[in-house]
Design a protein around this ligand. Structure first.
Ligand code: FES
Length: 175
């Protein structure tokens, strides 16, 4: 029988990036962003951006989770999320393809991924196909640079993408 090593104790006074009881890995990435900003309320817009990039839209539970983590009143979080037009509180297309355009992904060809999906779906980044099937979103660093170029496909992080591998997946969504 193998025994898992004990978890390293957190450094005193430093916030620890935790997962989420749901086990959804995107919460870990969101947590890493909040930790990078030391859970400062001032980072709210930045954190909402990251949340939208990871989840495609900002649902109520997610807003509450952010409010709780940054110790900001939920009313303020809802206010900011509804004030700026670049935040969406509703799901976009049936399928969401988020392509990371952060530095590590960019140098590994993320631009080619965006161009390939724009061509395939006949939309620009930030748009949804007229039939509502596919939304294409670009993000800054998703926190998965080690598997660049990284994308999030319907909430699942996928690394080492090529235009061929990605268009094959999107082809499946569109059929
Ligand atoms: S730059 Fe793409 S995951 Fe970090």
């Amino acid at each position: 029988m193998t025994v898992a090593p004990p978890e390293k104790p957190a450094e005193a006074g430093k916030p620890v990036a935790k997962g989420h009881p749901s086990g959804d890995n995107r919460f870990k990435m969101l947590e890493a962003t909040m930790k990078r900003h030391q859970y400062q309320a001032d980072a709210l817009i930045e954190v909402l951006h990251t949340a939208q990039e990871l989840f495609g839209f900002l649902e109520m539970d997610l807003l509450l989770h952010i409010a709780h983590s940054l110790k900001v009143p939920p009313s303020r979080v809802f206010g900011v999320a509804t004030f700026y037009h670049f935040f969406s509180l509703k799901p976009q297309g049936e399928h969401t393809c988020v392509i990371c355009m952060g530095t590590a992904c960019y140098v590994k060809g993320a631009g080619n991924l965006v161009a390939a999906i724009e061509r395939q779906c006949n939309i620009k980044a930030g748009e949804t196909t007229p039939d509502g099937k596919v939304s294409l979103i670009t993000a800054r660093c998703l926190g998965a640079c080690g598997i660049a170029p990284a994308v999030v496909l319907d909430g699942q992080v996928a690394g080492y993408q090529t235009p061929e591998s990605l268009t094959e997946i999107v082809k499946g969504w569109m059929s």
